[in-house]
Design a protein around this ligand. Sequence first.
Ligand code: MEV
Length: 423
Amino acid sequence: MARPSNVSGFYKLPPEERLKIIKEAVGLSNEEADLLRSTGGLKLDAANRMIENVIGGITYPFAVATNFLINSRDYFVPMALEEPSVVAAASNAAGWTRGKGGFFTSNTGPVMIGQIQVVGVRDPFGAKMDILAAKDRVLDRANGVDPVLVKFGGGAKDVEVKVIDTVRGPMIVCELIVDCRDAMGANAVNSMAEIVAPMIEELSGGKVLLRIISNLATRRLVRAKAVFAKDAVGGEDVVDGVLDAFAFADADPYRCATHNKGIMNGVVAVALATGQDHRALEAGAHAYAARSGRYRSLSTWEKSGDGDLVGTLEMPMAVGLIGGATAVHPIAKIAVKILGVKTAVELAEVIGAVGLAQNVAALRALASEGIQKGHMKLHARNVATMAGATGDLVDKIAAKMVEEHMVRFDRAKQLVEELSRKP
Ligand code: MEV
């Protein structure tokens, strides 16, 4: 690198100035700088208000999955991601269940947990009782932070206290149970946890350290169920194959991480398109999968009396429609409009259905022809483009490489040379 990265006052500069520094430091071309500057639907100054040290934007493909029938309503589902096959797989799988009524979803409400860690308490169980006895006062104080949330029926609803054993001795964890309505809620919950902290210190006689939301959102679960007719998925053998694939995942964490990753392909893609905190969703999902002490599948797969495939999914889904990027990112706003969801819990349910669809699509492919066939077609097009193919040549070269089972950059380059030479 041409210069050290400790640029003093970088964060104070306007994006253009920062871009100039980076351009010079790493030798970006004018064209590359222009590409970074062209932030698509998100204006540079809006991006600059969202995070620090902005110099540009990165555009992900934005796609729409079709066929989703959820609780008898049709949805076009926006998805943003870089991986080929995911959108096609979700759309196909959503199609397989339409004949059986589509997805049936429900949720446990938009409720998050805010944790307040208390250390140095001499009598933790006694202190627990004192905090619980003052519950109403604690809730009042917390709700003072967000009167608008309270007006809409949300706010801090309950206080729970647990005593945990740690390597530093026993600690108290005071948990605020907060109904976040249509917000993801991290800001509201964190503010509430901070505001009640002095009260908790006074009540417990200890010292409050961390005051933060928990991403293990066990009170904000989404549930989805769908039946896939055996003929729609490819017959009895495929149904049995999916059951064996599920059994493998549920018994072996090495497989299960990949199995759940397949679910997250759909979850995160919709989350990204709609401007959600997808890291929170990832954290919550995997922690939930491990809640029994063993990492397990977020979904279950069974066979009905008719031999059809019955899938269910249950996982935390902390998403919001107000606040955060969803409210300010123009593309995220369009994504919400395409979906037509009116509440955060409706969005959560749609995402749950997409996760289940993504899972069955992957398991079906894995248990039959394997995923590379479908994957390779799209991957081959990317490789052909990288090798310099344009126009009709992209598809031609991609098809040839798939046929030869040789989807490689060097082969694509050869084919670009050969086929471009032809009259
Ligand atoms: C790839 O992104 C996702 C899969 O690996 C999921 C799975 O293995 O179930 C296909």
